[in-house]
Ligand binder design. Structure first.
Ligand code: ZN
Length: 477
């Protein structure tokens, strides 16, 4: 599957999988963005009007209210007359909340400040007993009391570079990024119980809660379709810190493979393989780490938001004797539209000049103004088409920029993602179980085709903003 928009981040990724459309329609344009009307910093799953359930931290002030469209899960719930059990689970709040939609039975994410699975008053007033019982087991503390050693002898990690290398960001308090990791010693300086996110045991913990959900919510027991939306977030945390070439990432996937095997075995026994339909995909890919690319003589670099902001401010001062920059938020650049108007300048002109300037920065591949994005369809320009599909006029910036291949934003070591290139946009999709015939394809399909495929297989309406098309190979009767 190919992500047919930018930026390829977690929030937009989960939203696009489950809504069958791009950020231009579902509105999740990034993980966070800048609001011109309310409080400036908006988080894609944030909701100040709700409270945390399950702990006293603010980590539960979350809901799916930022989504403009319905999700597969919403359509499943509607089709069953609200009789479906729908559960969203992920360490990352946005990885649980956006997939589960607006009418789930429960959505749970991890509060690293105390090691609890929590939810919000958007969903319920108190945690179900099975979730608080699970929290009482204090599994995060147990997992972190053991070292993280490689699953296999280290010489078996043939898809990775040597364990000790300069592409990786060591944990705080360690001189080198090497196995074995003494997790209990690392907790103090690396987020306490939140450290589990950056280990493969974060995925194991997620799987364990998922098993409890199926058992305690009686999922898959009757003729009504239930939906379990899981996201394994540790792959991303470990990927950011160590990069795709690391032994840490390879070990994480070897262990995730085991976790998934255990989950499938459990589902086979509990629900029966012909009674569940499973799809597995990713919310984005990853770029090679910058030092890794440079080592191989591939042009690459790291860019910081502050660098973009500082140089644009200076440009504005030189050109207009005033800075029109409001904020740089990831790949969105927001301008002070009121000030531009006060100075009797044309917004479209200032945007155009600023975009032209941003395009001159080392590491930038392209920058497009809001005016251009609104006016043109960019047919044939695959990168600008992705910019347009990722753009929502109520939320996006005045200028959207894209970095050159192998350039990343804010990760001099480890890596990131967010680009329009295949390393970040191309992800696997695996179907398994109910109605799935054997086969494979490397046909270019869009991530937005996944939701209508599921809806077609379930014979239910598509999500409200769906713009994808069903994958015929899977849906033909
Ligand atoms: Zn990430």
């Amino acid at each position: 599957m190919n992500y047919n928009y930018v930026p390829t981040f977690t929030g937009p990724g989960h939203a696009s999988i489950y809504t069958g459309t791009t950020p231009s329609v579902h509105g999740i344009i990034s993980n966070q963005w800048i609001s011109r009307t309310g409080k400036p910093n908006v988080y894609c799953a944030g909701d100040a009007a709700v409270q945390t359930v399950g702990s006293s931290s603010p980590a539960g002030k979350m809901s799916p209210k930022m989504l403009f469209t319905s999700t597969i899960t919403d359509e499943v719930q509607k089709a069953s007359g609200n009789r479906s059990k729908i559960i969203g689970i992920a360490l990352k709040d946005r990885g649980a909340i956006l997939p589960a939609g607006k009418y789930p039975t429960g959505v749970y994410w991890y509060d690293g400040s105390n090691g609890s699975w929590i939810t919000s008053t958007f969903y319920m007033k108190e945690l179900p007993k099975w979730v608080s019982d699970f929290n009482k087991k204090e599994l995060p503390a147990k997992y972190l009391s053991q070292p993280w050693a490689t699953l296999l002898p280290v010489e078996k990690y043939t898809e990775s570079d040597p364990d000790d290398n300069e592409c990786e960001e060591p944990f705080k308090g360690m001189a080198k990024p090497v196995f074995p990791y003494d997790l209990s010693a690392l907790m103090k300086d690396n987020g306490g119980l939140g450290l589990i996110r950056s280990t493969p045991f974060g995925n194991t913990l997620t799987k364990e809660l998922a098993v409890e959900a199926v058992v305690n919510e009686d999922m898959g027991k009757d003729s009504i379709t239930d939906f379990l939306a899981l996201s394994f977030s540790s792959t991303d945390y470990i990927g950011h810190q160590f990069g795709p070439q690391s032994v840490e990432v390879e070990d994480c996937y070897l262990r995730l493979d085991k976790d998934i095997a255990e989950l499938l075995k459990f589902l086979d026994e509990k629900v029966g393989r012909q009674n569940y339909l499973l799809f597995l995909t990713a919310d984005h890919g990853a770029t090679a780490s910058v030092p890794f690319s440079l080592k191989k003589n591939v042009p690459a670099g790291n860019m910081e938001e502050d660098q973009v902001a500082d140089s644009l401010k200076k440009y504005f001062m030189r050109t207009y004797k005033d800075s029109f920059l409001l904020a740089v938020s990831a790949f969105d650049i927001y301008l002070k539209r009121d000030l531009i108007e006060k100075k009797k300048l044309k917004l479209e002109e200032v945007q155009k000049k600023a975009a032209l300037y941003i395009r001159s920065l080392n590491g930038v591949a392209d920058a497009v103004s809001e005016y251009e994005i609104q006016q043109k369809n960019f047919q044939g320009d695959t990168i600008r088409m992705k910019i347009k599909a990722g753009f929502h006029s109520q939320r996006s910036g005045d200028i959207i920029y894209v970095l050159k291949p192998n350039w990343v934003l804010g990760f001099p070591k480890g890596t990131s993602h967010g680009s329009p290139y295949l390393c970040d946009t191309h992800v696997p999709l695996i179907f398994f179980g109910w109605k799935v015939k054997k086969g494979s394809t490397d046909e270019a399909l869009n991530i937005t085709d996944l939701a209508p495929t599921i809806c077609s297989m379930l014979n239910i309406p598509n999500p409200s903003g769906c713009t994808g098309i069903p994958i015929n190979k899977l849906t033909e009767k």
